[in-house]
Every structure is written in C-alpha cells, then in structure tokens.
Design a protein around this ligand. Structure first.
Ligand code: ADE
Ligand code: ZN
Length: 338
C-alpha cells in the first residue's frame, strides 16, 4: 500500500479548509426540496428529473438546477437552506466560506431580493455565533440573462451592500463571454465589490474568456479555470498575478465525465493558486472533503500537497490579513502539531 492510500480518513475532514466556490442553491438536497414543495403546495420534481447520476454537460445541469429551486420562496426557506449548508460545511472542516447566490433565479420567479438576502444573512449570523463557520456572500449575475437584468440586480443589492462581499458571473457560458458584462462589473467595482467570474471547463472559446477575465474585467479570482493549462502565457500570467482558481472535481466528473485530478496536480506544480471546492454538492455527489478525497485518490496527492491546497484556499480568500494569518496558523498546527 502506498503512503497516499494510508492517509487517515479523518485527515481531510480535520484539515482546516475554506470553501470559495459553492452555490447555495446547489446545496438544496432532495429531502429539503420536497419539504419546501409541500410547504408551498407545489408539485415536487422527481429526483430522477433533477438529480441524474450524470449530466449531459452544463446546459443540461442548469435546466434541472433552476427547476429544482422553485420551492425556495420565503425568508425561512433561504434560512433553512443556508443553515443546512453551513452545518454540513462545519462537519467537513470548513472554517470559512465565501458562498455564491443567484438572485435573478429568484427575483425572476417573483421572490423579492430582500427575502432571499435576509434569510441567508440570518443563517450566516446564527452559524457564526454557534461556533462557525464564518462566511461571506458573493452575488452572481446570470450570464444567459440580458445585461440590463444584471444592472437592475446590482441596483437592488445596494440596500444590502454591507452583507455582500463580491460579485460573480455564472450560468450558461455559451455565447455569453465576460466582455458582455464589462460595464456592470466596472460599476460593481466602483461600489467596492470584489470580483470573480466562472470560466467553466470544456466551453467554447474558453481561452478567450479566460483572457477577457484577466485583461478586460481584471478579476481577482476565476471559478473553475482548468482550461488555462492549454495556454502557457495564460498560466504564467495567472501565477504572476496570484489569481485564485476555484476548481470543483466532482462537478467536473458529473458534468464532463472526468474528475480532472491530474490537472489539479499540474496546476500545483505550475505554482498556480489552485483550490478545491464543491460547486453544487447536492447534485454532484459530495461536499468539500469528498472533493479533496477524490482528487487525492486520482492524482495520488501526499499530505504536503493536500495541505498546500488548504493553504491556497485561505490565500485566495477575500479575508482581512489578520484573519487569514489565523487560519493559516491553524493549518500549520494541524499538519505539524507542536
Ligand atoms: N450555476 C451553478 N453551478 C454552476 C456552474 N458549475 N457553472 C455555471 N453556473 C452554475
Ligand atoms: Zn459554479
């Protein structure tokens, strides 16, 4: 048996970690979706309809994901969703999370922005005072909606500015490049929001989109981003600027049939600020420790590389310096106890 396969199973859960790429709506487990459907008198979608063992790419996943969230309607629903994720994250060794939410996926169904954000915020506060994890919010714009809808969402967010740390861009990338949103992101930055964007694997024009993120939008992080390995200059630039890349192995497996653990290994070797995350764990068969474990097994990673992935997650987080240092010290203490 190799050293790698003898790693104790609790190493990966105990390792202090930060989650930087999780969609709160993607943590909606089947039992809660059913409960919410009952609560609101809606027909509940079958699990075969919303959660197949594998998806036929991003578009197929997104259609099921949006239909499954129809039961999220009241402040209490968003509270329950967020509380359940934070509790699960705590059990997986997450001490800090920056979580995405998709306001347009709710306002487009007649749910107020305020309802969504107050439910989430209350759960964050309660989790923080009940022993963690600490968390912040990132508001994503849906890139397959018109720019005007993103503009209106940015406007709506201003009343809750202090509860939202940054903005992101998600949903269907096909034909929806970063450049489409350059104006909205410019305005978001001027309002003090931090900035990240999805560049999903296996998309058309991936390399062009990655360059737009760097040169046009000037993002601070990129969500996914594994396609960068196909462009040497891009890799050098991402490494030089210390841009965090939030890779999601089980998402890759369920959407594209490949975990891409080898790519994670290569990204570490190329000195990229690569991190491991869960994306939509209620759909992709595992939370963050499962994602670390899957990569460790596929790419035969050792303790040192796993600890580097955890360190990277805190380096790439939008944390005040003092809080970042405390988390990094906790990683050191866990890996090399005094
Ligand atoms: N929305 C939720 N999960 C997503 C993903 N992996 N890519 C793009 N948009 C998403
Ligand atoms: Zn995502």
């Amino acid at each position: 048996m190799s050293m790698v396969s003898r790693l104790p199973s609790d190493f990966l859960t105990g390792l202090p970690k930060c989650e930087l790429h999780v969609h709160l709506e993607g943590t909606l487990e089947e039992p809660m979706a059913q409960l919410l459907a009952e609560r609101h008198g809606l027909a509940s979608a079958t699990s075969e309809a919303t959660r197949p063992a594998a998806f036929d790419g991003l578009g197929d996943f997104l259609a099921r994901y949006y239909s499954a969230m129809a039961g999220l309607r009241s402040e209490a629903d968003f509270y329950a969703l967020t509380s359940a994720y934070l509790e699960r994250a705590r059990l997986e060794g997450v001490v800090y999370a920056e979580m995405f939410f998709d306001p347009q996926a709710h306002t487009g169904r007649g749910v107020d922005f305020e309802t969504v954000v107050t439910g989430i915020h209350r759960a964050q506060k309660d989790a923080r005072s009940a022993g963690g994890p600490d968390s912040r919010l990132i508001m994503c714009f849906l890139r397959d909606e018109p720019v005007e809808s993103a503009e209106a969402t940015l406007e709506q967010s201003l009343a809750f500015r202090q509860w939202i740390l940054g903005v992101g861009l998600d949903s269907d990338e096909r034909g929806n490049p970063p450049a489409k949103f350059s104006g909205v992101f410019e305005r978001a930055k001027a309002m003090g929001y931090r900035v990240t964007m999805h560049c999903d694997p296996r998309q058309e024009d991936s390399i062009a989109h990655l360059w737009q993120c760097l040169e046009l939008i000037e993002v601070e992080r990129i969500d996914h981003g594994v396609e960068c390995l196909a462009d040497e200059r891009l890799v050098d630039e991402l490494a030089r600027r210390r841009i965090g890349l939030t890779v999601c192995p089980l998402s890759n497996l369920r959407l594209y049939g490949e975990l891409m653990g080898g790519a994670v290994h290569e990204m570490l070797e190329r000195q990229l600020l690569v991190t491991i995350n869960s994306d939509d764990p209620a759909y992709f068969g595992g939370y963050i420790a499962d994602n670390y474990r899957a990569v460790q097994e596929e790419a035969a990673l050792h303790r040192k590389e796993l600890a580097d992935l955890a360190r990277n997650s805190f380096e790439a987080a939008w944390l005040p310096a003092e809080q970042r240092s405390r988390y990094l010290e906790a990683v050191e203490e866990f890996v090399n106890p005094r």
